[in-house]
Structure formats: structure tokens, C-alpha cells
Design a binder for this molecule. Structure first.
Ligand SMILES: [Cu+2]
Length: 122
């Protein structure tokens, strides 16, 4: 019995490691803080390593926000983007992990005059 419990613990730990970063590992994340529609994103420059994902969190109780690239791909789609998300929600910025190293400008569609930033893929 004790052997089985130990095995179950090992399997659970393995499963957790697939969905959670190891302790101490940084998670790339951009945040829209309270009043971001005026104040802008929490970070105006974000750095990620090539192939790493980027998360976007909306902590602004006053507005929905998104994060989309200024540039488009050959099919007219944003190079990377999130949907418009409400307060307390997070979203994967789809497309970031596939970006080549470089410098990419991004913005929030409803608040493009105040919410802008630069993503640097290293
Ligand atoms: Cu916004």
C-alpha cells in the first residue's frame, strides 16, 4: 500500500511538472493594472527568450483589454494576439512562442493611444 501511495505521488508530481513551471522559474507575463486604459501596460518593454510563451493578465477592474502585435503576417493576421479579456482573466498571447528573435511593437485595440509596448524576443 505504501508503495502504491508513493507511486501515485510520483505520477502526480510528474503531471504537475507538465502544467506548472518549476519552482523559481520565471513566467513571462504582461499585466494591465488598475486604470491601464489610461496608465498603459505595467511593463512597456517585455523580454522573452525565443520559443518561450507569454501570458497576459488583466487586473484592471474598469475595462477589458487585449494585447496584439502592430505587425501582421502574410495572411493579414496579427503576429501575436489575445482576445479582449475582462477583469481578473488571463490569456496566452498566441503566436509569441513562434516568433523569431527581434523587436515587436504591440498595443491594446480599444486603448491604442495609451496602451502600447515593445516585445523583445532574444
Ligand atoms: Cu486596453
Amino acid at each position: 500500500m505504501r508503495g502504491k501511495a508513493w507511486m501515485a505521488g510520483l505520477v502526480l508530481a510528474s503531471a504537475m511538472s507538465l502544467v506548472m513551471p518549476p519552482a523559481g522559474a520565471a513566467v513571462n507575463a504582461e499585466v494591465a493594472g488598475p486604470g491601464a486604459w489610461l496608465a498603459g501596460y505595467a511593463q512597456t518593454t517585455i523580454r522573452v527568450r525565443a520559443t518561450e510563451p507569454l501570458m497576459f493578465a488583466n487586473l484592471d477592474p474598469t475595462a477589458s483589454h487585449n494585447l496584439v502585435s502592430v505587425s501582421f503576417d502574410g495572411n493579414g493576421r496579427h503576429l501575436f494576439s489575445t482576445p479582449l479579456i475582462g477583469a481578473g482573466r488571463t490569456a496566452d498571447v498566441s503566436g509569441v512562442a513562434a516568433l523569431a528573435p527581434g523587436r515587436y511593437e504591440f498595443f491594446c485595440v480599444p486603448h491604442s493611444s495609451s496602451m502600447t509596448g515593445i516585445l523583445i524576443v532574444e
